[in-house]
Write a protein that binds this ligand. Structure first.
Ligand code: NAP
Length: 295
């Protein structure tokens, strides 16, 4: 990593993204820059002021509006930052759209899939070439993101899939969600599960292509799982938060992993929780009709 390091985190005005900004700003040096991005300018301004004023903050923190459903804006920001700074050291694609158990999943699917999956594809594509040698390209996924969490009929579609194939599968799943046929095809009812598996599949696809140049450079592409964290996104879906982490508690092991030098090649392209790889084929499908809220 370079003397002046740059990090960009999406969906960072609250929750885990915000905690990553604060944590990184505490660990980095005064000449380094952490870019806090989010979709709403006022929330970005407020969160940036809070992070910049935090007692632990050492690095510079700046805010920038980035609605990740605007893939053109993602591409423009990647190009602009690449031009201005010559590259980026740490990129974390973290944003998620909140869903409520009170509305049918299909009514919430489009925004959810656009933010979680469309944006992941765009972030990987646009920021991939901008990450400096030795940098980090990270997607915040979940332990639900392993292939084993899906019905076996779906495995061949995601095993060794290219980024284009993952994108096209996400679109056919979206169509099936709207047509009411997704569960007949083996997709779980809770759309968070296929979405997370597809995020990890997208990371694996990009990592497969870059591995040969990234590993000698010490560049890391990976998906990470923060564990259960008490945030606005998780609150409506789980009854018991007694063992949940705070966003700051979740951010600490994520940053330990992201900033570790040298990178562990065994974690390259994988889904990692608390520094350990969650094997791609692990997990088992839940009852396809069950969501955590109706369990
Ligand atoms: N919480 C958990 O237990 C848990 C577990 C496993 C994985 N994760 C993952 O951790 C990540 C962060 O989740 P969280 O729990 O921290 O959620 P959160 O507290 O609800 O934060 C989500 C963030 O994403 C932003 N966002 C929503 N739509 C956006 C858009 N179109 N463009 C840009 N930003 C947008 C939100 O902005 P607004 O404030 O403007 O809405 C907010 O800043 C997600 O990928 C999630 O799947 C969380």
């Amino acid at each position: 990593m370079t003397a002046q390091r740059i990090a960009l985190i999406t969906g960072a005005n609250q929750g885990i993204g915000y905690a990553l900004v604060e944590g990184l700003a505490a660990r980095w040096s005064p000449q380094d820059l952490v870019l806090l991005t989010g979709r709403d300018p006022a929330r970005v301004t407020d969160a940036t002021a809070r992070a910049a004023a935090a007692a632990t903050t050492v690095a510079r923190v700046e805010g920038a509006q980035l609605d990740v459903t605007d893939t053109g804006a993602i591409a423009r920001m990647a190009a602009e930052l690449g031009e201005r700074y010559g590259g980026i050291d740490v990129v974390v694609s973290n944003a998620i759209a909140r869903m409520t158990p009170d509305l049918p999943q299909e009514e919430q699917a489009d925004e959810f899939i656009d933010v979680a999956n469309g944006a992941t594809h765009a972030m990987l594509r646009s920021f991939g070439p901008t990450v400096r040698p030795g940098g980090r390209l990270i997607v915040v996924a979940s332990s639900l993101g392993t292939l084993g969490n899906l019905d076996e009929r779906l495995h061949p579609l995601l095993e060794n899939a290219s980024l284009e194939a993952v994108e096209s599968l996400v679109e056919s799943w979206r169509t099936a969600v709207h047509a009411g046929t997704a569960q007949d095809l083996g997709w779980p009812k809770w759309i968070n599960v296929p979405s997370k598996v597809a995020q990890v599949a997208a990371v694996r696809a990009v990592a497969r292509e870059r591995r040969g140049t990234d590993l000698p450079d010490g560049t890391l592409v990976a998906a990470v799982c923060p564990g259960l964290v008490d945030t606005a996104t998780s609150r409506p879906w789980f009854a018991d938060f007694s063992r949940a982490r705070t966003p700051a508690q979740a951010a600490a092991p994520l940053l330990d992993f992201i900033l570790a030098e040298p990178i562990d090649p065994a974690t390259y392209g994988e889904l990692v929780r608390d520094g350990k790889v969650l094997p791609w084929h692990s997990g088992s499908p839940a009852d396809p009709n069950v969501t955590p809220a109706n369990r």
